[in-house]
Design a protein around this ligand. Structure first.
Ligand code: COA
Length: 260
């Protein structure tokens, strides 16, 4: 499939890289990016050669500078609600069954931060800047930001980011737990790939079930979560990869997981 606003690269390491490719607009998310992003995720979901997905923005200046503000003029409450209520890019990332990593290179603003929040892990360059600046436009976050940011970093910190619209730097994002790692810009891609490739060597079904269990933790109470965990854990015992993992340990060799 060919796209105009994104690129998709499949590497032989089991890692795919989806790049938002509008560097001249700092990779702002227009409707076409949303549509193409959702279509690409559907495709990547079904491709067994893809075990981990990295999402990034083209160029060194910006990951994503938010929603494309030039499209706001034509929006009515109904069209805007439909855009964000249906199968959004954000929610498609959130429900993507394989591990996802946001590789944040520069500005990570508004919908860009919401997109990063929908990923499982976030790594960034030292020059990254994060904010939810919607408040400066007289609106608020609508791509999941108020919910996902608050669950990730807590109400007080989330509230300050949401209510001030101020940018925070990479070190503050690390301190807040918004990102997992900060790397010098020149090392960002190599370090991200190291992390992605490590995860890509693990058993795909166990990764998927584990991800589902961890995500369920912030969407349920403890008793429901513990029950769900046991069920998902039990499913692992039906896989060939579980036999392979255990045999490899006992035979003192590296496992070769096949996703079966
Ligand atoms: N939507 C549409 N276009 C955007 C954009 C956005 N969110 N963010 C940047 N752009 C465009 C600019 O309009 C400019 O286009 P032009 O060259 O055709 O005029 C281009 O990207 C480069 O941006 P520019 O503002 O010139 O870069 P800068 O380095 O001076 O400033 C930012 C960078 C990120 C501080 C600034 O672009 C900005 O504040 N962007 C909006 C961020 C925002 O509010 N996002 C949330 C939207 S809900």
């Amino acid at each position: 499939m060919t796209y105009e606003t994104i690129t998709v690269e499949r590497r032989d390491t089991g890692v795919a890289v989806l790049t938002i490719n509008r560097p001249e607009k700092l990779n702002a998310l227009n409707k076409q990016v949303h549509t193409e992003g959702v279509a690409a995720l559907e495709d990547l979901k079904r491709d067994d050669s893809v075990r981990v997905l990295v999402i990034t923005g083209a160029g060194e200046k910006s990951f994503i500078a938010g929603a494309d503000i030039s499209e706001f003029a034509g929006q009515t409450p109904v069209t805007q609600r439909n855009l964000f209520h249906e199968k959004t890019f954000f929610n498609s990332i959130d429900s993507f069954p394989k591990p996802t990593i946001a590789m944040v290179n520069g500005f990570c603003l508004g919908g860009g931060n919401e997109l990063a929040l929908a990923c499982d892990l976030r790594v960034c360059s030292g020059n990254a800047k994060f904010s939810q600046p919607e408040i400066n436009l007289g609106i608020m976050s609508g791509g999941g930001g108020t919910q996902r940011l608050t669950r990730l970093i807590g109400e007080g910190r989330s509230m300050e980011i949401m209510l001030t619209g101020d940018m925070i730097d990479a070190e503050t994002a690390l301190k807040f737990g918004l990102v997992n790692h900060v790397y010098p810009a020149a090392e960002l891609e190599a370090k991200t790939m190291e992390l992605a490739e490590k995860i890509a060597t693990k058993a795909p079904i166990a990764l998927q079930l584990c991800k589902e269990a961890v995500k369920f933790a912030s969407r349920s109470n403890l008793d429901e979560g513990l029950r769900r965990e046991v069920d998902l854990f039990a499913i692992c015992f039906s896989t060939e990869d579980k036999q392979e993992g255990v045999s490899a340990f006992l035979e003192k060799r590296k496992p070769n997981f096949k996703g079966k």
